[in-house]
Ligand binder design. Structure first.
Ligand code: SF4
Length: 338
């Protein structure tokens, strides 16, 4: 028990009971062994755990449990048209893991899922197979696998990214983006760099990280990991998203560009994307319930764009313009996405 009266993270593993007698039983056993001290609790369906409303969301977030389940139904989904598609007409996403170890105040997952418990889906292979099929049907596929999670943050324990890399290494018609705020490239460094994967680091100025991105590695640690990935021959994207017009934002974001310039990364990066905070109205309503004390979530209501709520006021506009301009000074225009 921790000092705050909460159980340590992953004290319990909830496992869908039919998996214990299935072709995935070996994989489930391996995972249970990896979390050796966890109490294993069979459940009928993962929703029994993820849709419980008894525990307070914040407490669950500080003491998350791992749920092992099988993903059923559709395995690959089309992406929303409001997200940049990086020039790929067939822009899809998959959810190999649901929820995230980190605790960003602006995260839309807190509006999407009633519980912050992490769900790992054992049938990764089926999802990979479906991605290959879909690429065959469409001619090519651009797939994001880390929108509803941060896979690299859990790579040491779950190895999801590595499984997808090896599963798709010989399928160049599928390009995969793995977005992360982690400093955990080390977990992938034994792999030969695949040509069809892009590791996309979300970087934020240090004051933004401290104020709004609880539990995430600091800027320097993320930068070090991004540099290590580039040195090892991986394709890497820079994501400055969401841009938050915090106090003294001109100085704060200027300092971020100054720091990035010192690293001389611009030529090596695949491309860059940037964007404001935005969240669908319904998710924002739920997120506010999960985090009633968040000034940030409560102020994001004065402006609606393409069905998404964002901040009103000129600072947001000026910040977007500033970051777009600075990126285009450093990279070709066709490599800057918004
Ligand atoms: S890292 Fe991404 S997925 Fe994780 S809490 Fe932050 S915004 Fe959400």
């Amino acid at each position: 028990m921790k000092e705050d009266g909460l159980l340590p993270p992953f004290s319990h593993l909830y496992v869908e009971e039919d998996l214990l007698e299935s072709t995935w039983s070996g994989k489930v056993t391996q995972l249970c062994n990896r979390f050796g001290k966890a109490v294993v609790v069979p459940v009928r369906s993962f929703q029994e755990v993820t849709q419980r409303r008894t525990a307070r969301w914040n407490d669950q977030k500080r003491s998350p449990k791992l749920v092992i389940a099988r993903k059923r139904g559709e395995l690959i989904y089309p992406c929303s048209e409001v997200a940049p598609n990086f020039g790929h007409p067939h822009f899809y996403y998959a959810v190999p893991m649901q929820n995230c170890l980190y605790d960003c105040e602006y995260c839309y997952l807190q509006g999407m899922y009633t519980s912050p418990n992490l769900v790992y889906f054992v049938n990764q292979e089926e999802m990979i197979k479906r991605a290959v099929e879909l690429a065959r049907e469409l001619g090519e596929l651009y797939l994001c696998i880390a929108y509803d999670n941060d896979l690299l943050a859990m790579e040491g324990a779950l190895g999801v990214t590595a499984e997808w890399v090896e599963g798709l290494r010989n399928h160049p018609s599928v390009t995969v983006e793995v977005r992360t705020k982690s400093a955990n490239f080390a977990a992938l460094k034994k792999l030969a760099p695949p040509t069809n994967f892009i590791l996309a680091w979300t970087l934020s100025p240090e004051p933004v990280i401290r104020q709004f991105e609880a539990g995430t590695p600091g800027l320097e640690a993320r930068l070090k990991s991004l540099k290590a990935a580039l040195s090892a021959g991986w394709r890497a994207r820079l994501c400055l998203d969401p841009l938050l017009p915090v106090k003294d934002w001109p100085t704060v974001y200027e300092e971020l560009f100054r720091r990035l310039d010192q690293e001389e990364l611009w030529q090596a990066l695949e491309d860059a994307s940037y964007g404001p905070f935005r969240m669908p109205k319904q998710l924002l309503r739920q997120a506010r319930k999960a985090r009633p004390d968040s000034a940030l979530l409560h102020s994001a209501q004065s402006r609606e764009e393409r069905g998404l709520m964002t901040f009103g006021g000129t600072d947001q506009e000026r910040l977007l313009e500033y970051v777009g301009t600075e990126l285009r000074k450093r990279m070709p225009t066709d490599k800057v996405w918004t």
